[in-house]
Design a protein around this ligand. Structure first.
Ligand code: SF4
Length: 406
């Protein structure tokens, strides 16, 4: 019983067996991922310096090979696409990236908004306004305050919210997050979080409460430098953070967001390790979706300045390189970037954007009482951003997911 579909011979499963097949596939998947180890083993087989040298020794011929490839690019092609040798091919990369994005996602941009619940944090991160050693008024929203913020966000039209907290287990631990998710569940069809890394069983509890997506950025994949940027607190454990997407995959989360903080270490080498991480996760936790973000270090009170600079052109190169390497991954561009930059770049590979973001707890309903995590660069209202998107013949998507599809 076979049929020919898009060149592949696939078995036709009779209706009465479909349910059994689903159980078999699900059981098989769960058993397989349960026994998986983690990305750290693969990470340990690579050396930062070796990869960096490889990237900087790529040539035009390597770039052209990657750009003219029929079928999927390899991780080695990706090294060429993020290398300095690819700079003269930016126009070609942008055109290819745009075409591939439109083929897979159409002309759409999903919209989401961050909701900062707390700025309490037990960690010292040298690049963050919420760092433990930064003297600022600490605020954690209660139920009433959260619902007030939700009211304002809903009035703007949002259906996808990203809950953000610092890392303070006592005040914003699993119980606090579970309560917040259950509280806002009736108002949103998609709930993401960007909070402290958790255990697998804790993620399972939050998924049960209505969580869809977790963003967990490694900040830097350079283990030596990581220690310097994270001198104190739970976050200083590089391995625990690196293994977090594995715990999420095992918890069967709907979507995982990856990334690194641009401005800490060599962005090209960081990009390689992020791509390797993505490739590993997609292969092993194939039921989960993935997204990548491009946070550039922004000014904030009491933080160190970027260690390295990336130009706007280089950031475009990075976005296009990811798209050419991976056609399924969602690419997100936040309000850390200027309005001008976002207006011009979103069509080259981006699939989701935030707008009208506030990065301090209570920021949508009250005057600026608490310090921002970072200064947003694009401070336009959501209406303006939507108008900009539609004026370029793209569709702004408020809702792309419903829990009933699970
Ligand atoms: S980056 Fe996160 S963990 Fe580090 S200080 Fe800021 S809020 Fe805390």
């Amino acid at each position: 019983m076979y049929q020919l579909l898009a060149g592949a011979r696939l078995p036709i499963i009779p209706e009465e067996y479909k349910f059994c097949t689903q159980i078999f596939l699900t059981t098989n998947y769960q058993q397989r991922i349960k026994n998986l180890l983690n990305f750290e083993q693969l990470y340990n087989q690579r050396s930062w310096e070796e990869i960096k040298n490889k990237i900087y020794s790529k040539t035009s011929a390597d770039v052209l090979l990657a750009l003219n490839k029929k079928g999927k690019c390899t991780i080695d092609d990706f090294l060429a696409l993020v290398s300095p040798a690819a700079a003269p091919y930016l126009e070609q990369m942008a055109q290819l990236s745009q075409t591939l994005t439109q083929q897979r996602f159409g002309k759409t941009i999903q919209l989401y908004i961050p909701l900062y619940l707390s700025n309490e944090c037990q960690n010292i991160c040298t690049y963050c306004g919420f760092s433990f050693d930064n003297k600022l008024k600490r605020i954690t929203l209660n139920n009433e305050q959260i619902l007030k913020e939700v009211k304002v966000i809903k009035a703007m039209g949002y259906d996808h919210v990203l809950l953000v907290t610092g890392e303070a287990n006592k005040t914003v631990g699993v119980e606090y997050l579970k309560n917040a998710i259950q509280l806002i569940r009736p108002y949103f069809s998609h709930i993401s979080i960007e909070v402290q890394p958790l255990e697998q069983n804790e993620y399972e509890q939050l998924i049960e409460a209505g969580l869809n997506t977790v963003l967990v950025y490694q900040e830097t994949y350079n283990q030596e430098a990581y220690k310097i940027y994270h001198p104190k607190g739970k976050k200083s454990n590089f391995s625990y953070r690196l293994q977090t997407p594995d715990r999420l995959g095992k918890a069967a989360i709907h979507k995982i967001g990856l990334g690194f903080l641009i401005g800490l270490e060599d962005w090209r080498t960081e990009a390689f390790f992020t791509a390797l991480h993505l490739q590993y996760l997609e292969k092993n936790y194939w039921k989960t979706k993935y997204s990548l973000s491009f946070p550039r270090l922004r000014p904030a009170s009491g933080i160190a300045l970027p260690n390295i600079h990336i130009t706007d052109k280089e950031l475009v190169q990075l976005i296009c390189a990811y798209r050419i390497f991976n056609q399924d991954v969602e690419l997100s561009l936040s309000t850390r970037e200027s309005g001008l930059f976002r207006n011009h770049v979103f069509k080259l590979g981006i699939t989701s954007m935030s707008a009208a973001s506030k990065t301090n707890p209570g920021g949508y309903t009250s005057a600026k009482e608490s310090l921002e995590q970072f200064e947003v660069s694009d401070d336009r209202g959501s209406d303006e951003v939507v108008e900009m998107i539609t004026s370029q013949n793209y569709e702004a998507v408020w809702k792309d997911w419903d829990a009933s599809f699970k």
